[in-house]
Design a protein around this ligand. Structure first.
Ligand SMILES: Nc1ncnc2c1ncn2[C@@H]1O[C@H](COP(=O)(O)OP(=O)(O)O)[C@@H](O)[C@H]1O
Ligand SMILES: [Mg+2]
Length: 303
């Protein structure tokens, strides 16, 4: 695969350009009459945290499952860690960690036992197993609770154990499907910290989310996906700047109206001319979604 000139900005010291760690080329996935993914193409570079942001049913999980070898595309090509996914499932699986949306831990087993089981499945050498698991439990902050059954874990603990489990075989690429869904804001931040820590340690991360602020604050680049199509791709700053950095928001008879400006002074001038209450604020990723889809961001955030 070609090398890109785009720097992921994820703490690599070498001058070498980052490699392409994932690539989708015009990927479609149909389930009968339903087109879950409709011609998606993008690349994820080594060292990036890349976010797929979109509402429920947009095609995020289907995309991640195709990259994870769990679902075959109808047409199109996918590459992970230098391998075409079709025909190289074993090679790809060795190089990826997967944190699914649904907790599929063994609830009758302890946290440590869950990790041992995964290490056995991934044939982690016996000599490394114990040390790796101890280090990972420490890494995700579960050492003191490692010998309790998972059924006693809170949602946040279970999510951290799922992350540790995904790392047992030292993959260079990590997939997280809605990593903070259903977690309270404080626990969500802890998971963000953990994702950033892993990324600083060299991991390439692809995550899906319908939380706008998660994509905005965590991801180097974001792909906005809607009805199976990638409708925008760029850094959060690029996406916001494409509309205009500043937004003037006001209510009219049709509902909330937003106008975008490249400078704060232009936005202020416009707001002063309006004969109604206005708010001048920075443009956010919700605005990008609303402008591109014509739908309210509620649709993204509420599900
Ligand atoms: N196994 C399946 N069989 C039939 N339809 C599916 C299946 N998986 C997903 N879909 C449909 O594909 C679309 C995209 O789903 P999904 O990828 O799960 O979206 P998201 O993760 O963004 O919520 C939805 O319309 C969903 O109902
Ligand atoms: Mg999903």
């Amino acid at each position: 695969m070609e090398e890109s000139s785009k720097n992921a900005g994820a703490g690599t010291c070498s001058q070498k350009q980052p490699a392409v760690m994932m690539e989708l080329k015009n990927v479609y996935k149909n389930y009968g009459r339903i087109t879950a993914v409709a011609g998606v193409s993008f690349q994820v570079m080594q060292g990036e945290i890349f976010g797929l942001l979109g509402p429920n049913g947009a095609g995020k999980t289907t995309t991640i499952r195709m990259l994870n070898t769990l679902t075959r595309p109808t047409t199109g090509e996918l590459y992970v860690a230098g391998y075409q996914v079709a025909g190289n499932q074993v090679e790809v699986k060795r190089r990826i960690g997967v944190v699914p949306q649904q907790n599929n831990l063994e609830k009758e087993l302890t946290g440590r036992e869950n990790l041992i089981l995964h290490a056995l499945l991934h044939k982690v050498p016996r000599s490394e197993r114990e040390k790796t698991i101890k280090e990972l439990l420490d890494y995700v902050g579960l050492s003191s609770r490692a010998d309790e059954r998972v059924q006693n874990y809170s949602g946040g603990m279970a999510r951290r154990l799922l992350i540790a489990r995904a790392l047992v075989h030292h993959p260079p690429v990590l997939f997280l499907d809605e990593p903070t869904i259903g977690l309270d804001p404080q626990t969500r931040r802890k998971i963000w910290d953990l994702i950033q820590l892993m990324n600083r340690d060299g991991m390439t991360v692809l995550l899906t989310t319908h939380y706008i602020e998660e994509a905005d604050s965590l991801c180097h680049r974001v792909g906005i996906i809607d009805h199976g199509r990638l409708i925008a791709l760029g850094t959060p700053a690029e996406l916001k700047e494409s509309l205009g950095k500043y937004c003037v928001e006001f209510l009219n008879k049709q509902g909330t109206e937003r106008c975008f400006f490249h400078s704060r002074s232009e936005a202020r001038d416009y707001a002063q001319e309006k004969d109604c209450d206005t708010v001048v604020r920075r443009t956010n990723l919700e605005d990008v979604f609303v402008e591109l889809t014509g739908r309210e961001a509620r649709e993204l955030a509420a599900k």
